[in-house]
Design a protein around this ligand. Structure first.
Ligand SMILES: [Zn+2]
Length: 257
C-alpha cells in the first residue's frame, strides 16, 4: 500500500516517528508521500525522506498558507526542481484552491496554482491538488492550464460528476478516511462508482481521523482501514482492488518497484 498524502512532519510533532513508521510498515504500508505546505517545511520533508527509505515527498505551496511569502517563492520552487528533480521528490504540491474562508485572496491562489502547474509540467512531475469549496474554479483553471503528468485531487469528497470532471483531465481521485463514515453517503457512492483505475488511497494524517478514531491524530497505518472500507464499497474482489490501487500509485508517482 501507498499512503499518497500524509503530513508526517506534522504528525512527528505529536507522536514518535519511528513508532509511527514501524506501525505503518506492519500494516503493509510500503511507501508514504509527504506533501509540503510552503517553503517553511520544504527542508523538513526532504530530510524525512532522506532519512527513511519508504518516505517520498512533494514540494509546493498549499493555498491556505500563502500569506507572507516572498516574491521569490515561486522562483525558488522552480530553481529547486526544474533543472533537475531532487531524488525522491515525486510531485509538486500540495497546491490548489481553498475558498472555505472566502475569496479574499482568490487572485493570489490562482496565480500560485498556475505557476505550480507550469513548474510541474516543466519538471515532468504530477501534482497534488487540494480543493475546498472551489470545484468549478479548479476545473476551469485546470482546463485552461492542464497538468501534463497527471496528479491527484486529494481528500476527495463529492459527487460522481465532480469526480469525473477531474478524471477527464487525467487526474486521480485521492480517497481517505471520509469513506469510513456511514453518513458520508454521497462520497461513498461516488467512490463505489468511478473507475478503479482512477483511485488512490491516503490518510492526510495527522488530520482526517477515521470513523471511530475521532480526537486522535491520524496515522499512515490507517491507510489499511481506508483500503478495507474501499473494498467493501466496490464490486471487484479485495485482491483486485488492492493490486489495482498499488498499480495506480506506482504509475502516478513513477515508482519502479
Ligand atoms: Zn494535505
Amino acid at each position: 500500500m501507498i499512503d499518497s498524502h500524509c503530513h508526517l512532519d506534522l504528525l512527528a510533532q505529536q507522536k514518535d516517528l519511528q513508532q509511527v513508521l514501524s506501525d505503518a510498515k506492519q500494516q503493509g504500508v510500503e511507501k508514504i508521500i509527504v506533501p509540503a505546505i510552503n517553503e517553511s517545511n520544504w527542508a523538513a520533508v526532504q530530510i524525512l525522506s532522506e532519512q527513511n527509505e519508504d518516505i517520498y515527498y512533494a514540494l509546493g505551496f498549499h493555498p491556505q498558507f500563502l500569506d507572507g511569502l516572498s516574491e521569490h517563492s515561486l522562483d525558488n520552487l522552480a530553481s529547486r526542481v526544474v533543472s533537475s528533480v531532487p531524488e525522491k521528490c515525486v510531485a509538486i504540491g500540495e497546491c490548489g484552491l481553498d475558498f472555505y474562508h472566502g475569496r479574499e485572496n482568490e487572485t493570489l491562489q490562482k496565480q500560485y496554482l498556475n505557476a505550480q502547474i507550469d513548474i510541474a509540467n516543466q519538471s515532468q512531475l504530477p501534482i497534488l491538488l487540494h480543493c475546498r469549496k472551489a470545484h468549478q474554479d479548479l476545473v476551469a483553471l485546470l482546463k485552461r492550464n492542464p497538468p501534463k503528468y497527471s496528479g491527484v485531487v486529494h481528500g476527495f469528497s463529492g459527487s460522481v460528476q465532480q469526480a469525473m470532471d477531474f478524471i477527464k483531465l487525467g487526474l486521480k481521485i485521492g480517497v481517505g478516511g471520509v469513506i469510513t463514515y456511514p453518513r458520508a453517503k454521497k462520497t461513498r457512492a461516488t467512490i463505489a462508482a468511478i473507475p478503479l483505475e482512477s483511485l488512490l488511497i491516503e490518510t492526510d494524517a495527522p488530520d482526517m481521523p477515521l470513523s471511530g478514531y475521532q480526537g486522535l491524530p491520524n496515522e499512515p497505518k490507517m491507510v489499511n482501514m481506508v483500503l478495507t472500507s474501499l473494498i467493501e464499497l466496490r464490486n471487484e474482489s479485495g485482491q483486485t482492488v488492492a493490486s489495482q490501487l498499488s498499480n495506480n500509485g506506482k504509475l502516478t508517482f513513477r515508482f519502479c518497484d
